[in-house]
Design a protein around this ligand. Structure first.
Ligand SMILES: Nc1ncnc2c1ncn2[C@@H]1O[C@H](COP(=O)(O)OP(=O)(O)OP(=O)(O)O)[C@@H](O)[C@H]1O
Ligand SMILES: [Mg+2]
Length: 417
């Protein structure tokens, strides 16, 4: 099952491009689902058909769905949410406000992914296209399975230790409603099964993100940052859609000469900065691209030379290597700048911060006990070196650990030129 998610800056043509991709794939025989994961749904307007939170068949091979996060929340957060609502209400908070508060940060994004996952597992589709919200929200959406795993584990540990003390004996005496064991069961299921499933789905080689850009400075810069952040979380991109390119005829007009030069420069720039991603060009149509017919025509141009559900390009993923002196972690981070990077080892995790995004990467067992040596950023790739220990050092460490002393955090790495 192939999954493609479209994102990019607000207004660049994400919904149009996602709908075009789905219409084109359906026409070429793939059983296709187009999903709107943007809370400000406009997919129905683009397809010119009313949509809802249940799948709506549009043509023989094409089905569309607008995810209603609230409906999904009720299904997927079940008892955890009920417990939080009762907790807030007990503290004198109005029911409506309590329900709002119980929308845990990120819960909406997670339930959106659950809905996509459910469709993916249904076996009804060969291809699912997701029209995402603008970049920041999409990054939150796609990185949540990774981030939520750690946060939820901590929350559970905390809740459990409280519950062990006050339930069931003191349940009636404690001035707050305590969660029953079914809440833990719910949370555990969420934690271990669903999050792992989602993480597997978003990082699968059948899943790709495509960035939509227009030939404008701010738009391209935002997409570049998104590209780095997606790579940090091991999410693969397979293409960039360069949308709203002025057609040849317009460029012959005196007024558009300068725009034409800028456009040519930016087309070249996009090819360079997003390499090795394939760039698909979409020209500015003479009217808005609305309705199946116009989408089909737009799709014939956009996918003239490739299939809409193909993996348009393959990127390098995170990889580990070993030589006689050291273990190395290689993390592709195209577009990252060394002054915005921070690398640390915390317990058995390698923590990498690139700009405002931070990822804690669990290290393989062989590398986890080693001290962080140096880090190097070259050709869009971060290389972190963990020198191998000499035998005597390893023996000393083993002895230390037997005594129960564990180093929690290493000092900053030495950046190599
Ligand atoms: N290649 C194109 N030619 C002509 N019009 C286009 C093209 N691409 C998009 N449009 C038009 O631009 C407008 C915005 O497109 P769209 O809704 O797809 O953007 P979006 O990125 O999804 O926006 P939002 O961030 O608000 O979700 C729409 O009216 C759409 O018809
Ligand atoms: Mg949109």
């Amino acid at each position: 099952m192939r999954l493609v998610l479209y994102t990019g800056k607000g207004g660049v043509g994400k919904t149009t491009t996602a709908a075009t991709t789905a219409v084109c794939a359906a026409q070429r025989g793939r059983r296709t689902l187009i999903v709107s994961a943007d809370a400000a749904h406009s997919l129905g307007d683009v397809l010119d058909h009313p949509l809802g939170s249940d799948p709506v068949p549009l043509t023989g091979n094409l089905t569309a769905l607008e995810i209603d996060a609230r409906v999904e929340m009720a299904r997927h957060w079940g008892q955890i949410r009920d417990y939080l609502v009762s907790l807030f209400r007990y503290q004198g908070i109005d029911e409506v406000v309590a329900e709002e508060l119980a929308l845990l940060p990120g819960a909406e994004e997670l339930t959106t992914l659950f809905a996509v996952e459910e469709a993916a597992r249904s076996g009804s589709y060969d291809f699912i296209v997701v029209d995402c919200a603008p970049t920041d929200t999409t990054l939150r959406l796609l990185t949540l399975p990774d981030v939520a795993h750690g946060a939820l584990r901590l929350l559970l540990r905390l809740q459990r230790s409280i519950a062990r003390v006050v339930t069931p004996l003191a349940r009636s005496l404690v001035p707050i409603p305590m969660p029953g064991s079914e809440v833990f069961a719910d949370a555990e299921r969420l934690l271990y099964d669903k999050l792992r499933g989602l993480r597997r789905r978003v990082t699968s080689s059948d899943t790709s993100v495509r960035l939509v850009v227009t030939p404008e400075r701010m738009v391209i810069d935002e997409a570049r940052r998104a590209f780095t952040d997606l790579c940090l979380f091991d999410l693969s991109c397979d293409g960039v859609v360069m949308n709203r390119l002025l057609p040849e005829a317009a460029l012959r007009e005196e007024f558009f000469r300068h725009w034409g030069r800028l456009q040519a420069e930016r087309v070249e720039e996009v090819k360079g900065v997003f390499a090795p991603l394939r760039v698909l060009n979409a020209r500015l149509q003479d009217d808005e691209v609305v309705g199946l017919q116009r989408l089909e025509a737009h799709g014939r141009e956009l996918f003239a030379a490739c299939e809409p559900d193909a993996v348009l390009s393959r990127m390098e993923r995170i990889r580990f290597s070993r030589d006689p002196d050291a273990y190395r972690v290689h993390l592709p981070l195209p577009g990252a700048r060394v002054e915005e990077l921070d690398v640390a080892k915390v317990e058995d995790e390698l923590v990498v911060r690139a700009g405002s995004m931070r990822r804690a990467l669990k290290l393989p067992r062989r590398i986890a006990p080693l001290a962080l040596g140096s880090a190097r950023l070259a050709d869009g790739q971060l290389e972190v070196v963990f020198p191998r220990e000499r035998k005597d050092a390893r023996e000393r460490r083993d002895a230390r650990e037997r005594k129960g002393r564990r180093e929690s955090k290493d000092g900053p790495p030495v950046w190599e030129a």
